[in-house]
Design a protein around this ligand. Sequence first.
Ligand code: ADP
Ligand code: MG
Length: 142
Amino acid sequence: MSVSIVETKDPRETEALGAELAAGLRDGDVVLVQGELGSGKTTFVRGAARALGVTDPITSPTFSIGHRYRATGTTVSHLDLYRLTGGLAAEDPALLEDYLGPGRIAFVEWPAGDSAELSSARLRVTLAHVGADRRRIEVVRG
Ligand code: ADP
Ligand code: MG
């Protein structure tokens, strides 16, 4: 396990960090992205998805738990479990199968706090506000 902490000063830097980390991802990987509302989770995912070859606009899922995007040689899944109070275990496993697993790289936005359910995630990224446009971003690998 390795931990690194960076501070970004604007959304572009957070996107750039997402892009940098995306380069190390492999098929089937899950990236857990935690933090309070407005901390930059979707911004981070946008940078990562772009780097993986997604050209469609990356927006927050609102009417479903996630979006899937065609990327270069893979599909990028983007889930937002903000409203999912029962956690992943409360979801229909068949629904999650559409988003996680072989042939996909999945980014899961998770409310700040507990995340034991996704213990198999390749990366855990936790964002926090540090002032106006500054964000502290902790990345845990492995
Ligand atoms: P979340 O998905 O965590 O709710 P979003 O990525 O949707 O957060 O929104 C983050 C907001 O904060 C955006 O409006 C973005 O432009 C702004 N912002 C300001 N500074 C930063 C930063 N350093 N990193 C990421 N977002 C930032
Ligand atoms: Mg979001």
